[in-house]
Design a protein around this ligand. Structure first.
Ligand code: B12
Length: 587
């Protein structure tokens, strides 16, 4: 069915992109790039120039991600990681931080209740202080662009001398709790992009594809399509430089390499970093070291063959169980440094031609996706020359609808998005695989019993992590449990309202953001206020930062969740006995 403007942008009037960009360039009169220890050290005007110089000389650069909550410890980590590695002959070129999601709200609107597991930089001095801590390129990605606070966060990042600011990918998929005004978010983001474009040095607008649509597309060609769309908006419409990151969900080495060659075929601006393949960290230290080596070798040899400017990112091997400490970050960087040396011997052993051929197919599919989106939006009545309209239309359509309507693959009724992917995305294959594996843990008797009961379960997430929800939905569909879509980053009151209107028999909540207890307590209170008594199942990462603490380590809250009346599920199949014990069903 053809898309119509009224269904995507029903507002009679929206802020014009050109006006927002003008507003941004007026701000640029006062907000200019400040000094950073990195730029003084390397003697380049911006990180993009530094990246081009490294690529030209064949040097592989390294990115370290630092995830502490405490600003002092974060500064210490910037300095210690750089210094300790330098003493052993390894250069950490850039550092990113995991900012807290409450940084997305305007400074004056932030409250302690909103805080998640990340770092809060209260004011500009905090940003500046950080970038002076070590001569590493400061990367301000998460929760800067794409949120209500986009302008003030961008001003602070610029003042602190950062020339890589993001994360546009998050604009498309992340939602702050309690925040529904996507027009205001778009307004702030486009104004901030105008401020960036008006700087007299090149600032990379960073986008982590895996934070955006790539985590949920079934086809890698669609992800290259997203690269082209963001490049079109940022470079052609806004006049800034677009720089991409990818990697979390790219577990298959061949497609990981092919995707890098596809990127090289459609972009010229240097990439920020290749993110570590974090979803492969499912074991203990020894197993995770194997995963680290596997993806790093692929990324290093990829950069040696086709330098796209991406820094390689060695994710510490305990990242799946807790926020890594300084010595663990150092270990991962030293590991990467040694692998950069060892990788030289592997050059002739990789089939780059085959990877490039597949990359060309992915790039071709990406161009098709881009063209399909552009003509589809034009036909719908969207002004594709207006950056704000383009961003808002893409955000509102979302990954599933975009891929269904505009994907490059041929129509296939059996495929998840109704199209056979050009290059299946590894993460969606993993989700399918995990669902099949979990179904194997459910007995035939239990399957028969849930089928008879005809349960309808409302399934939702508290945050952006959606794969747990997808696995639950796939398993439920297979064993005959109906799923009602409660959405992503759902607010507790909205979730309970949906439970009431749909007559759900239970609520299944998948949570990863360190807010499990607070969220479940609110859901239980909302249920009580609405006179509903249905089971609340919860699974995922069940931890929370203790109130009033500045520790970087969230603590497990399983027993508190149980005390609050939730049914804690370690695996999807734990939902089955819990549902079968449900005393009464809503009529
Ligand atoms: C993939 C991933 C992402 C992707 C998510 C993509 C997407 N759209 O889904 C991206 C890159 C976007 C992302 C973003 C972030 N992430 Co993340 N992410 C992960 C990662 C690598 C995997 C999580 C996952 O989806 N696993 C797949 C699921 C299916 O596997 P599983 O958990 O084993 O699931 C089983 C069970 O748990 C169960 N289950 C799950 N839920 C439920 C619910 C019910 C009812 C039932 C019955 C069962 C059940 O079902 C599954 C099968 O049995 C983890 C680290 C890790 N390796 O675990 C970090 C991790 C969860 N992320 C983390 C963080 C901090 C973030 C960010 C805040 C980072 C940032 N600053 O931007 C943002 C989130 C921002 C936000 N607004 O929410 C932290 C959480 C910290 C904590 N709570 O201790 C982790 C642990 C990494 C870390 N150590 O720092 N992330």
């Amino acid at each position: 069915m053809a898309l119509k403007r009224k269904d995507i942008l029903p507002e009679p009037e929206l802020p014009a992109g050109s006006e927002l960009l003008d507003r941004g360039s007026v701000l640029a009169r006062d907000w200019r790039l400040g000094e950073s220890a990195f730029l003084s050290h390397v003697g380049h005007a911006c990180e993009a120039d530094f990246k081009r110089a490294c690529a030209a000389s064949g040097r592989i650069t390294q990115h370290a991600q630092i995830g502490f909550r405490d600003p002092d410890k974060t500064r210490r980590a910037f300095a210690e990681v750089h210094e300790t590695c330098a003493r052993q002959g390894v250069t950490v070129d850039r550092s990113g931080i995991c900012l807290d999601w409450s940084m997305g709200y305007a400074r004056d609107d932030r409250t302690e209740e909103m805080r998640g597991t990340g770092l809060l930089l209260e004011d500009i001095e905090d940003f500046v202080h950080l970038t002076q801590a070590a001569p590493v390129a400061p990367h301000f990605g998460d929760f800067v662009l794409g949120f209500p606070a986009a302008i003030e966060n961008t001003q602070a990042a610029l003042a602190a001398g950062s020339t890589a600011i993001g994360n546009l990918g998050q604009y498309f998929t992340f939602r702050l709790p309690g925040w529904d005004d996507d027009v205001a978010v778009t307004e702030a983001t486009v104004t901030a992009l105008g401020l960036i474009a008006a700087q007299d040095v090149e600032i990379l607008v960073h986008s982590n594809l895996d934070d955006g649509f790539a985590a949920l597309f079934t086809d890698l060609a669609s992800s290259i399509g997203a690269v082209l769309l963001e490049k079109y908006i940022v470079e052609d419409l806004i006049g800034a430089s677009m720089s991409h990151c990818y990697g979390h969900h790219f577990s298959d080495p061949f497609r990981r390499l092919a995707f890098q060659t596809a990127m090289a075929q459609v972009t010229e601006t240097p990439g920020t970093m290749v993110y570590g393949n974090t979803v492969s960290y499912t074991g203990g230290d020894a197993q995770n070291y194997a995963s680290l080596a596997a993806y790093l070798l692929c990324d290093i040899t990829g950069q040696r063959h086709t330098a796209t400017g991406h820094a390689v990112n060695a994710v510490p091997i305990r990242e799946n169980s807790r926020i890594p400490d300084i010595d663990e970050i150092v270990d991962a960087q030293l590991f990467a440094g040694r692998l950069v040396e060892s990788a030289q011997g592997y050059d002739g052993l990789f089939d780059f031609e085959r990877a490039e051929r597949h990359g060309a197919e992915i790039a071709e599919g990406g161009r098709k996706f881009f063209q399909n989106v552009m003509s589809g939006l034009t036909e719908a009545g969207i002004d594709t020359t207006d950056a704000a309209e383009m961003l808002l239309a893409l955000k509102r359509l979302g990954s599933k609808q975009l891929e269904q309507a505009f994907g490059a693959g041929l129509t296939d009724a059996d495929a998840l998005r109704g199209r056979a992917p050009v290059a299946p995305s590894p993460i969606m294959e993993e989700v399918e695989h995990m669902a099949t594996e979990r179904i194997g843990h459910i007995s035939d008797d239990d399957i028969a019993a849930v089928r008879d009961a005809g349960f309808k379960v409302l399934v939702a997430t508290t945050d952006v992590h959606e794969h747990g929800k997808l696995v639950i939905e796939r398993v439920f569909a297979n064993v005959g449990i109906g799923s009602i879509d409660g959405g992503i980053s759902a607010d507790p009151d909205d979730l309970v309202a949906t439970a009431r209107t749909t007559g759900a028999d239970a609520i299944a909540i998948s949570t990863y953001n360190g807010i499990a207890l607070e969220y479940i307590t609110s859901v239980k209170a909302e249920l009580k206020a609405n006179g509903l008594d249905i089971p609340v199942l919860v699974g995922g990462r069940l931890n929370q930062i203790p109130k009033g603490s500045n520790t970087s380590l969230p603590v497990d809250v399983t027993s508190e969740l149980q005390a609050a009346g939730a049914i804690v599920c370690g695996q999807v199949e734990d939902a089955i006995p819990a549902l079968l014990q449900t005393p009464g069903r809503q009529s």
